[in-house]
Design a protein around this ligand. Structure first.
Ligand SMILES: N[C@@H](CCC(=O)N[C@@H](CS)C(=O)NCC(=O)O)C(=O)O
Length: 221
């Protein structure tokens, strides 16, 4: 199995968590590709040009981080992250809410690479609204999560991924699109989520990260 990843570790974190929980981490062959590099090799793996991308054991490609997570979860015979019971749809909605924060954050960031004078502010505000609304909804979800500390699923993985990404890159703080954004702190706005997050990141699969040395040893191909 091959995982095509980018040096920004947050983009493959959910995939690594799914592999860790399924016990197949050691079966992953890694290849580094930076999608926005001129000479990127990502197109060989994914016509949509995105990481994470993946090659299954049968040699066929897979892409879409969440699809890759579900594929890896199919090896998890003990405690799958994608429930099949009545909780499934709620969990999948939480998954897409967390991942959506990630995507909206990325879009604001990519727009902010241009000169401020030509920013598409309407578009950025729309993405900002998604981040804020999704955080409010997950704050409600977290009230149930803190009461069920033994439950762990893909909704948790994606929400924690989004929150870790906001700690690393925070375009709300950086772009200052609305008054008050200069002091934006998701922890203050989402106290239950913050309590939940500090516990969930202690889980071994969540703690596992590729080190800088790990990332450096995988050349671009
Ligand atoms: N939620 C998506 C995020 C994928 C994504 O946006 N990856 C970025 C990482 S830099 C990317 O490859 N962007 C390139 C592009 O959008 O063309 C997933 O997990 O598949």
């Amino acid at each position: 199995m091959k995982l095509v990843f980018t040096p920004n570790p947050e983009y493959i974190h959910k995939v690594l968590v799914a592999a860790y929980e399924a016990g197949v981490l050691d079966r992953l062959h890694m290849e580094r590709q930076v999608p926005f590099d001129e000479d990127t090799g990502i197109w060989r793996y994914n016509p949509l040009g995105k990481v994470p991308s993946f090659i299954m054991d049968n040699g066929k490609p897979l892409f879409g981080g969440l699809v890759i997570c579900e594929y890896l979860d199919s090896f998890n015979k003990k405690a799958p992250l994608f429930p099949r019971d009545e909780t499934r749809w709620q969990v999948l909605r939480q998954m897409i809410t967390g991942d959506g924060i990630f995507d909206a954050t990325t879009l604001i960031r990519v727009e902010s690479w241009r000169d401020r004078s030509v920013w598409n502010i309407k578009y950025m505000l729309r993405e900002r609204r998604k981040v804020m609304g999704a955080l409010r909804l997950l704050e409600e979800d977290a009230k149930e999560w803190v009461r069920q500390p033994d439950v762990f699923h893909i909704g948790h993985v994606c929400t924690a991924g989004a929150l870790s990404y906001l700690a690393l890159r925070n375009p709300i703080l950086d772009c200052k699109l609305e008054p008050g954004d200069e002091s934006f702190d998701w922890r203050k706005a989402s106290p239950t989520l913050a309590t939940w997050f500090d516990k969930i990141v202690q889980r071994p699969s969540m703690k596992f990260r590729l080190s800088k040395e790990d990332i450096g040893q995988y050349p671009k191909k």
